[in-house]
Design a protein around this ligand. Structure first.
Ligand code: PMP
Length: 360
């Protein structure tokens, strides 16, 4: 058994999952094996949705693999990276026994999935420094080894803190946890970051998995297409734990169009715009009275601390601008997270916060 398979729950190592009609390799021209309709729905123009889809639509899987620079067998397509997080926790963590490590303040789904699985949650808070709010890799390693973690979720770029973790630190952590835990690098915002993807570490580290999504830079949040990339044997296990037909055909078709060369070129332009607007909004916020700190960000958002976060939140709302109130999150009692919008939208953020100062 490969080292990474030994991380899978023992009771799931030989688990075959559901054998759908679609996954059987049979040949014929009259398909009466899946209780589908013989006629398309009138709303379904070309009848593309009449039959159950391939569990992993091959063209989409191949295109995503090409996009991320990996082999198709190293990648599983699912309903957003949210589903990938859930699959990882379910496949690796024995309830009541195997823990996950999270780095609060951080994206909430890791802890939600762990709660649902009955997996203990080890919290290693982000550390405040001059450079920003960053993951403490030494503390993560010690906590993971000391408390029996099976999964370590690194959010890089971190939502909401904005910091990215240098790849040599990810690699060192994976080496230290080899045979003990899988290091999951959530790169939902990877397109907006300066550095390369952790997929470049996969050849040397079977105990790394990387999450990517079409929800952010590719502007397809409603299509629910995300992937987990990692060791091919691990990917096969995760697929057996997945729902039978996780990728709806209309979503797969849309995603493939979104990955055409022309669409990708436009996505790259949008990413460049977000990155330059991020600098502009950061500079503007730093000049705004009442803003205590704006964290450097590698994502498509900025995290900012305010003297009066409630007032800033309300001033933005009064101007019709809804941002994410972070005040309930650990360490963020005075903070808001502002997604980078279009230049005109960002101007409205700047104007709304200035108006507040003029009125004060
Ligand atoms: N990871 C992070 C860090 C996120 O912020 C989000 C969405 N907010 C997700 C994963 C989930 O994205 P999706 O399921 O749309 O791929």
């Amino acid at each position: 058994m490969s080292a990474v398979l030994s991380l899978v729950r023992p009771d799931l190592r030989g688990f075959a999952g559901y054998k759908s009609a679609r996954s059987e390799a049979l040949q014929g021209d009259v398909w009466l094996n899946a209780n589908e309709s013989a006629w398309p729905n009138p709303a379904d123009g070309q009848g593309r949705s009449r039959r159950y889809p391939d569990p992993q639509p091959p063209a989409l899987r191949a295109r995503l693999a090409q996009l991320y620079g990996v082999g198709p067998e190293q990648l599983l397509v699912g309903r957003g990276s949210d589903e990938a997080i859930d699959l990882l926790v379910r496949a690796l963590c024995v309830p009541g026994q195997d823990a996950i490590v999270v780095t609060p303040p951080v994206f909430g789904m890791y802890a939600v999935c762990a709660r649902l699985q009955g997996a203990p949650i080890i919290e290693v808070p982000l550390r405040e420094s001059d450079a920003g709010l960053a993951a403490d890799l030494d503390a993560i390693r010690e906590a993971a080894l000391g408390q029996g973690a099976k999964l370590v979720f690194l959010c890089s770029p971190s939502n909401p803190a904005g910091s990215a973790i240098p790849l040599d630190e990810v690699a060192a952590l994976a080496r230290a946890l080899e045979g003990r835990a899988l290091v999951v690098v959530d790169e939902a915002y990877g397109e907006f970051a300066d550095g390369p993807s952790a997929t470049t570490l996969l050849d040397d580290h079977a105990n790394i998995a990387v999450l990517r999504t079409l929800s952010k830079a590719h502007a397809l949040a409603a299509a629910r297409i995300g992937v987990v990339i990692g060791d091919a044997e691990l990917v096969a296990v995760l697929q057996r734990c997945q729902a039978p037909y996780p990728v709806p055909t209309p979503c797969a078709d849309l995603a493939l169009e979104a990955l055409s060369d022309a669409a990708l070129a436009q996505t790259r332009e949008r990413v460049a715009s977000v990155r330059s607007e991020r600098s502009r909004l950061q500079a503007a916020l730093e000049r705004t009275p009442g803003v205590r700190r704006v964290y450097p960000s590698q994502g498509n958002y900025l995290l900012a601390r305010f003297d009066d976060a409630e007032g800033a939140f309300r001033a933005l709302l009064a101007a019709g601008v809804v941002v994410r109130d972070q005040r309930a999150a650990p360490q963020l009692g005075d903070a808001l997270r502002i997604t980078i919008g279009s230049p005109a939208q960002n101007d409205r953020v700047i104007a709304a916060l200035d108006v507040r100062e003029q009125a004060a």
